[in-house]
Write a protein that binds this ligand. Structure first.
Ligand code: ZN
Length: 306
């Protein structure tokens, strides 16, 4: 059932937002945060102002990839404490957002107006117009990506800026996410909590597993989307789930690095096709945490949170 779209207050930034209910979720469409979905009934805690910048920035990142994220409390708790990206990364996201809106060399940028744009503030993890103005200063005075002109439009992107935006839009180079493909059996819950999750965090990345987002079902668009926005995939073959083989193959097809793991007592069961891979074996979650963190640093390099 689709309820009619109505106006309400955004639960994150308190702007006036549109909402509609469908299939057990409420979809919010906020001029600042973008589009996100909440389960009904909502189980959210209050969002503090310092968390708001992180959550709305994260939602804008998902929206930019064509994803409307579902945000149950578990996800909210993870997202509200993500690190704010560096000044460099924030200026880079501003550049990419500007090029999307003003793709031509001579398009005029009215910086004083753009600093008040709620979507641009959220996209660049800026708390207010002053913080966004600082990012414009980086692009203009440090990078030379925006220039001030005597005639024609007063401010415009330079050729150097357009080319830099091209390079930045190469997929996944800046992704901070490590996706784990694994069996959801309760027997492996501790392997996630005390093994995969802390290993990926210790290597400087954000761990992601699809059932952590209250997903039920098989391979879905949501799994595909999660893998697409990851920097690498950890594929744990313990219990020999077909989904894990599929997800690992899909990630390899995208050009992502895949780190294979398996509990030691099942290593003999690995499918012939992947036996030649350098599979990381583990016995207890704690030893998995340590070995996997080292393997990620060696294969992918330390992540942005380090
Ligand atoms: Zn909002």
């Amino acid at each position: 059932m689709v309820a009619s779209t109505s106006a309400t207050e955004c639960l994150i930034c308190h702007s006036c937002a549109r909402w509609q209910a469908e299939g057990g979720y409420i979809t919010y469409d906020c001029p600042k945060c973008g589009k996100y979905e909440l389960p009904i009934p909502s189980d959210w805690d209050m969002v503090r102002p310092d968390q708001q910048v992180r959550i709305s920035g994260w939602i804008r990142e998902q929206n930019a990839m064509g994803i409307v994220p579902r945000i149950p409390l578990q996800t909210l708790r993870r997202v509200r404490s993500i690190p704010i990206p560096s000044l460099r990364k924030r200026a880079d996201s501003l550049l990419v957002a500007l090029v999307k809106r003003y793709p031509r060399f001579n398009d005029a940028l009215v910086i004083s107006t753009l600093c008040d744009d709620p979507a641009l503030q959220a996209t660049t993890y800026s708390a207010d117009r002053r913080e966004l103005n600082d990012l414009f200063a980086v692009l203009q005075f440090h990078d030379g990506y925006i220039e001030h002109r005597e005639s024609g439009p007063r401010n415009a992107l330079t050729v150097k800026g357009l080319l830099a935006a091209d390079r930045l839009q190469i997929d996944n180079v800046d992704s901070a996410q490590g996706f784990v493909a694994m069996s959801f059996d309760r027997d492996l819950t501790a392997a996630w909590t005390n093994g995969f999750d802390p290993a990926i965090r210790a290597a400087g990345y954000i761990p992601s597993r699809i059932d952590a987002k209250e997903y039920v079902g098989g391979i879905s668009d949501e799994i595909i989307a999660e893998i697409r926005r990851s920097r690498f995939v950890v594929a744990d073959y313990t219990q020999q789930k077909n989904g894990v083989y599929f997800e690992a193959g899909f990630a390899l097809g995208l050009g992502l690095k895949v780190i294979p793991t398996c509990r030691e007592n099942e290593i003999e069961k690995l499918h012939f096709d992947i036996r030649h891979l350098n599979t990381l074996t583990w016995i207890k979650p704690e030893d998995l945490a340590e070995k996997l963190s080292q393997r990620i640093r060696a294969v992918i390099g330390p992540g942005p949170s380090i």
